[in-house]
Design a binder for this molecule. Structure first.
Ligand SMILES: *Cc1c(COP(=O)(O)O)cnc(C)c1O
Length: 345
């Protein structure tokens, strides 16, 4: 093997799933699989999660939602959501994909594209992130439109949702007030969505009042703790992946391993972290385009595997991220397709 490999432990993934599902219950659990299941590979992740009883899946776009549908088929009871409907609506609706909608133009496009089957939508209120979502001042009109379309049988509003920063409790509290008001307005307008959802991993874990009926969990399911936040053991999760690279050359006091910036390893990590060699921890000295230089060890030989980050290395993805002021998700999702994926457990 002369390419880096990301080994994903599906048993560890299941254990994170079970911990998080128990944690958020009685709220339901939605597994977020955007960015190729945070770099872990959407196929294997969705398959294992469905076998473990996960009932809700979310991609960010329609393409990912359709990939999930491919993996689980259409016989089961699982529900699949494209959080931000971005086109291909007729196909998505026909495939039973539920669509997240953050503006009234998209709502109308979806209705126009699915004249025979009412589209199931999750309407998003912007509670302060200003990324997308219907602004509070436009919410009443949007809800009136959705309610009218629903009474005509052309739309089914199955969810109301928003996304929050999870950066400070005070900001999240403000967002929740806006959300609660939007939910009340929707009820007054006659909408009866089955689910309300606001929280991602951090708020779902720490703040019961943010869980509503459904929580959208990505990072914690993959064992990625928040940068600067609580440890994995405090959260009851563990990293599920290890990135390893084989030794390709030994040069006196150093060894070269087959992973570099082209594989998605941040070059700024050079000099800032340790890797796990067969002889123990050694410093990562340089990050080149397609190889890295690490401090040598006695007995170093081509073919030996060196753990770069993850469950079986010196640093988790978030540990590495903290060295360069980013987040664990960024370390994991930037891995290129050149990195082989392998599944155990
Ligand atoms: C990524 C994402 C999530 C999951 O966030 P985590 O912090 O990884 O759990 C939830 N909701 C939306 C809209 C997202 O984009």
């Amino acid at each position: 093997m002369t390419v880096p490999v990301l080994t994903v432990d599906l048993a560890a993934f299941e254990s994170n799933l079970e911990r998080m599902r128990a944690r958020v219950a009685p709220a339901q659990f939605m597994l977020v699989v955007k960015d190729d299941a945070y770099g872990h590979g959407v196929g294997a992740i969705v398959q294992r999660a469905a076998a473990n009883g996960v009932e809700w899946f979310a991609g960010y776009d329609v393409r990912t939602a359709l990939e999930v549908r491919e993996v689980i088929g259409s016989a089961g009871s699982q529900r699949i959501v494209a959080l931000l409907a971005d086109g291909d609506y007729a196909h998505a609706v026909a495939a039973g994909i539920e669509l997240g909608v953050g503006d009234t133009e998209t709502l109308q496009e979806i209705v126009a594209a699915s004249p025979h089957a009412p589209a199931r939508v999750h309407v998003k209120i912007d509670t302060g992130l200003h990324r997308n979502g219907i602004r509070p001042e436009e919410w009443a009109d949007a809800i009136r439109l959705a309610s009218a379309l629903e009474s005509e049988g052309r739309l089914d509003v199955v969810g109301i949702w928003s996304h929050i920063a999870e950066a400070s409790d005070a900001e999240d509290d403000e967002a929740q007030e806006i959300f609660a008001a939007a939910v009340r307005q929707a009820a007054t307008a006659g909408l009866r969505p089955g689910v309300h959802h606001l929280a991602a991993s951090a708020a779902a874990h720490a703040r019961p009042e943010f869980r509503y009926d459904l929580t959208r969990i990505g990072a914690f399911a993959y064992g990625i703790r928040p940068a600067g936040g609580p440890s994995e053991s405090e959260l009851g999760i563990r990293p599920i992946a290890t990135l390893q690279a084989p030794v390709v050359r030994v040069d006196g006091a150093s060894a070269q391993i087959a992973i570099g910036a082209l594989d998605g390893l941040a070059s700024t990590l050079a000099g800032r972290m340790q890797v796990r060699t067969p002889a123990g921890a050694r410093r990562l000295l340089e990050v080149g385009e397609d190889s890295c230089v690490v401090e040598g060890w006695s007995g170093a030989a081509p073919g030996q595997l060196v753990g770069v980050w993850g469950a079986d290395a010196e640093a988790s993805a978030t540990d590495a991220a903290e060295q360069i002021d980013t987040i664990g998700e960024e370390i994991v999702t930037r891995l290129s397709p050149r990195v082989a994926r392998r599944y155990v457990g």
